[in-house]
Design a protein around this ligand. Structure first.
Ligand SMILES: NC(=O)c1ccc[n+]([C@@H]2O[C@H](COP(=O)([O-])OP(=O)(O)OC[C@H]3O[C@@H](n4cnc5c(N)ncnc54)[C@H](OP(=O)(O)O)[C@@H]3O)[C@@H](O)[C@H]2O)c1
Length: 284
């Protein structure tokens, strides 16, 4: 296994380019799966208040014996915790559940509710050293533009649905302009799109390197400078997904993969009235 490479955030913090995501990992099993991931070599874990498994993540990292500074923990403020006071309390709650003194990267999970209030709490936590970097998630282009325009500390990361079929090329210039890194959720298709791990094109490219379609898909993202956090509950797949730094796709292969783009901005329209109504009425 080659150690995952890192990318530098706008504040100088080094963030791994590859991590392990725990969406839909049941709370009771999170400790076991995160322990497996750490044994395999993952050092970044992406969780969220809304995944209800921060405690399992915390237990796994404590029991791993890995030095805290060698780990990179990401969590997210859920919509029900948006607003300055609630977000501040939720940060302390996440720290308690994760059994740590600091979070490496804290994101606003959804772009609705009092996100400016949450951001003030996050800026304060950042200045106090409870958080090393702050960012957002699911802020599509117009929303990101508005948000970044009005906040004091610009988001350092925007975590978006991004993979070989949902390439998010449109938002890239805006993120670059704001010195904000992209982090890909659903890097293998997740719940949103199908066909990445079964793609003939990706499998064919992979065959030149002895790699699977999934490995090519992850390599393609990280070669674009996008952080990826694949989830798997299978040890063999965890191993496969992290072993992507010992080969390099050619420019021609990168361009070929770019032709797979189907839904550039994602399969969820975060401005859709029914979606927003559901989010706010269910969680707000
Ligand atoms: N910010 C957000 O709103 C948001 C939304 C969604 C996800 N996320 C984050 O992003 C992470 C990853 O996204 P995701 O979990 O939705 O999807 P994903 O990582 O793209 O895909 C996970 C699926 O792919 C399968 N898989 C994993 N490795 C594979 C391989 N090598 N070959 C074949 N199949 C493989 C997994 O099955 P098995 O488990 O059975 O191996 C699982 O069904 C999440 O865990 C979470 O941390 C964030």
């Amino acid at each position: 296994m080659t150690n995952p490479k890192t990318i530098q955030l706008s504040n100088g913090v080094e963030m791994p380019l590859l991590g392990y995501g725990v969406f839909l990992v049941p709370p009771a099993e999170a400790e076991r799966f995160v322990s497996d991931a750490l044994n395999v070599g993952y050092r970044m874990i992406d969780t969220a208040q809304a995944y209800y498994n921060e405690e399992g993540v915390g237990a796994a990292i404590r029991k791993s014996g890995i030095a805290r500074q060698d780990l990179f923990l990401v969590t997210k403020v859920w919509i029900s915790n948006n607003g300055e006071a609630r977000a501040a309390a939720s940060i302390d709650e996440s720290l308690r559940k994760l059994q740590t003194d600091y979070i490496d990267l804290l994101l606003i999970h959804q772009a609705y509710g009092d996100v400016f209030g949450s951001w003030r709490a996050m800026e304060k936590a950042y200045k106090e050293g409870k958080v090393r970097a702050i960012g957002v998630s699911n802020f599509q282009e117009a929303r990101f533009f508005d948000f970044a325009h009005y906040v004091d500390i610009k988001p350092m990361v925007n975590q978006l649905q991004c993979n070989a079929l949902v390439q998010q090329q449109g938002i890239e210039p805006l993120l670059k302009k704001n010195d904000c890194r992209m982090m890909a959720w659903g890097p293998l298709g997740g719940q949103g799109v199908d066909g990445i791990v079964h793609s003939d094109l990706l499998a064919n490219i992979g065959s030149h390197y002895g790699k699977s379609a999934a490995q090519v898909a992850l390599r393609w993202l990280t070669q674009r400078g996008i952080v990826a956090i694949p989830k798997s509950t299978h040890l063999q797949r965890m191993e496969q997904n992290i072993n992507i730094f010992d080969f390099t796709l050619t420019d021609a292969e990168m361009t070929q993969i770019a032709t797979l783009n189907q839904h550039d901005t994602g399969t969820i329209n975060f401005a859709d009235m029914q979606f927003v109504k559901h989010l706010i009425e269910t969680y707000g």
